[in-house]
Every structure is written in C-alpha cells, then in structure tokens.
Design a protein around this ligand. Structure first.
Ligand code: PBG
Length: 345
C-alpha cells in the first residue's frame, strides 16, 4: 500500500486540473471578499422568491401569527399595498393563503370555488394594485373543509376522484379572478391533468401550474396550520395522500407524472430537510424547480434567533442560498421581504 501522499499525487495526475500542495493552496480562493465573490457558484436574489401571505376578512386588520413571529394575517384591503411593496423590492411573485373562520368550513367545501371567497378577493386586490406581479394560489380543500383535510372525507376516507372535480372548479375560479400560477397542493391523483384540460377548455391557456408534486407528510407544517386556522379543524393526519418522508424515488415519480400531465413547474416541500430531493429533481428533469421553505423551518430559525442562539439574518441568507446550491430556481419563503431588504442593502 503506497503512502497517502503518493496516492494523492496519483489522483492529481489523473485530474490535471487539481494541483497538489503546495502548488495548490485552495485557501487562495477564499482570501478576500473580492476573490470570494469572483468564485462564488450560487447567488440568491429577490427574483428567486415567491412570498406566501395569509389573508383574512375584516378591514384594516394586521394580526400576528403567534407561531410565526414577524408574519401577519392581513385583511384583504391591506394585501394590495403589501404586494406592491414586495414587488418594489424585486420579488416577482406572491402566493395567497386564506385564513378561514370555522363558519366558512363545510362538508361540501362550497366556499372553495366561490369567486368571492377571501383568497379570490385577494387575487383581484393584488392584480389591481400591482398588475405586473405574478399571483400564485393554493389549490386544496383544507381551508374550506369542516375536517381540515385537502379532500372530501367519506366514511373516514379521503376520496380522490370527487375531490379532483372540486379542485377543478376551484382552479377555474382562481384563474377567472386573475391568478397567473395555480398551485395544487392537495396530492390527489390525476388533478394536474384534469386542471390542465379544464384551463384549456375555458380559454385559460396562459395560466401556469406549479405543482406541489413532491409534497411530504411533514410535521414541519405545524405553524402554517395555526396561521390558516386549520390546526383545530384537522382530524387525523394526511398520510394517505402526502408522501412518506422516507421516500425519494416516489417523489421523483410524482414529479415525472405531474410534468407529463401538464405542470409547468414543480415543487418540493418542505425545503431544507429535502434538499437531496431538490437536487435529484433538477438533475433528472431540468424543469423549473421550486422548494417551499415551510412554516416550521421558518419558525425554527426565528425561535433560535429570538433566543439569541443563532444570528437570524445570517442563517436566513445561508438557508436561502442552500436552495440555489441544491439546484432550485426559486423558493417560497416567509422571509421574502426581509431577505430582499437585506440583499438590496
Ligand atoms: C394546504 C397547505 C399546507 C401548506 C401549504 N398548503 C399545509 C398542509 O398540507 O397541511 C404548508 C405550508 C407551510 O407549512 O408553510 N394544503
């Protein structure tokens, strides 16, 4: 067995771009901010962000979400101004989530495709205030479902095909209200194809689908369910439709299927704990790939920062850079306006 130094030299000969020490001193490339910026492989910009926001009824209301410090639920009348400010920071897209009270939740989920529901009013409000901004939606029945599930529940089972019919109605309502990007987050089978053909048939050829294709059954969604008022409503778990966190081959199959059914862009969710999936998705399909830095990820960073255990600003930017490094084209993040401000200096 030759000594390690000899082996290293041999490797270096095989890869002539790698010189051996002391010719190679990789620290030379890290010596100053100028040099480091020259060799930096990935950069985050505000154009990488989609900003998820929570909207509610009322007027002039801005209500903090306790489990997501710094995040608020805004009444619909305030969302246009917030969107405009975000767009001014260079954030190209916003994603609307409704906070619904218990009386908007029914077994038939009829509010989900009502053109005057909170989310659809917010879409119109944003499009009026800042028409250039891309507005994304969430398609799933949970904000309007009495039991908090993304699909209809019949005899304790989340039924697929009937749910897809409802999701199609929900999608068309959102498109009619001016949404640019629809985000099916429900994980029912066949919904992308069904939504895509309905959009075609109704003259919405321009409307995009960003499929939550690789959405895992994650405990990191906890604070979000508080934010939209779903925590108390949800009975049981979502394990019969969201993906087992242990699986990445399955996630790839879901991405492939949704692209084949007409998704324009795909998402991996949660984000940071699933960067391996992001990388596989990007390498395998090369499609526009997004990650969702979900509520629990946001809350963990915030909580540690508020305790003085980490530098919140640095960890925020480091986490966002990680998505780019993993191959993502962009990231849904509650940090969007804050991070954009830091990046713009
Ligand atoms: C609803 C939905 C969820 C999230 C986005 N859309 C929660 C869930 O599936 O229970 C989670 C977002 C977050 O945690 O930030 N279908």
């Amino acid at each position: 067995m030759p000594p390690v130094g000899e082996l290293f030299k041999e490797v270096c000969q095989m890869r002539p771009t790698i010189a051996s020490f002391p010719s190679a001193r990789p620290r030379r490339a890290r010596q100053s901010p100028a040099i480091r910026s020259m060799v930096r492989e990935n950069v985050v910009t505000p154009a990488d962000f989609i900003w998820p926001v929570f909207v509610r009824d009322g007027t002039g209301v801005e209500e903090p979400v306790p489990s997501m410090p710094g995040v608020v639920r805004r009444s619909v009348d305030l969302i246009g101004a917030a969107a405009k400010e975000a767009y001014g920071l260079g954030i190209p897209a916003i994603c609307v989530f409704p906070y619904t009270s218990m009386d908007a939740r029914t077994e038939d989920c009829a509010m989900a495709w009502d053109r005057d529901n909170i989310a659809n009013r917010a879409i119109r409000e944003i499009k009026d205030a800042v028409p250039e901004m891309a507005v994304m939606t969430d398609i799933a029945l949970d904000p309007y479902n009495i039991n908090g599930h993304d699909g209809f529940v019949v005899n304790g089972e989340i039924v697929n095909d009937r749910t897809v019919e409802a999701l199609v109605k929900m999608a068309l309502a959102q498109a009619d209200c001016g949404a640019d990007i629809l985000g099916p987050s429900d994980m029912m089978d066949g919904r992308i194809g069904a939504i895509r053909s309905a959009l075609e048939a109704e003259g919405h050829q321009r409307v995009m689908i960003l499929s939550y294709a690789a959405k895992f059954a994650s405990a990191f969604y906890g604070p979000f369910r508080d934010a939209v008022g779903a925590s108390s409503a949800l009975t049981g778990d979502k394990n019969t439709y969201q993906i087992d966190p242990a699986n990445s081959d399955e996630a790839l199959r879901m991405i492939e299927r949704d692209l084949a059914e007409g998704a324009d862009m795909v998402m991996v969710k949660p984000g940071l704990p699933y960067l391996d999936v992001c990388r596989r998705v990007k390498d395998t399909f090369g499609a526009p790939t997004f990650a969702y830095q979900v509520s629990g990820e946001f809350a963990m960073i915030r909580a540690a920062a508020e305790n003085g255990w980490i530098d919140g600003q640095k960890v925020m930017l480091e986490s966002l850079t990680a998505f780019k490094r993993a191959g993502c084209d962009g990231v849904l993040t509650y940090f969007a306006p804050e991070a954009a401000k830091v990046l713009l200096g």
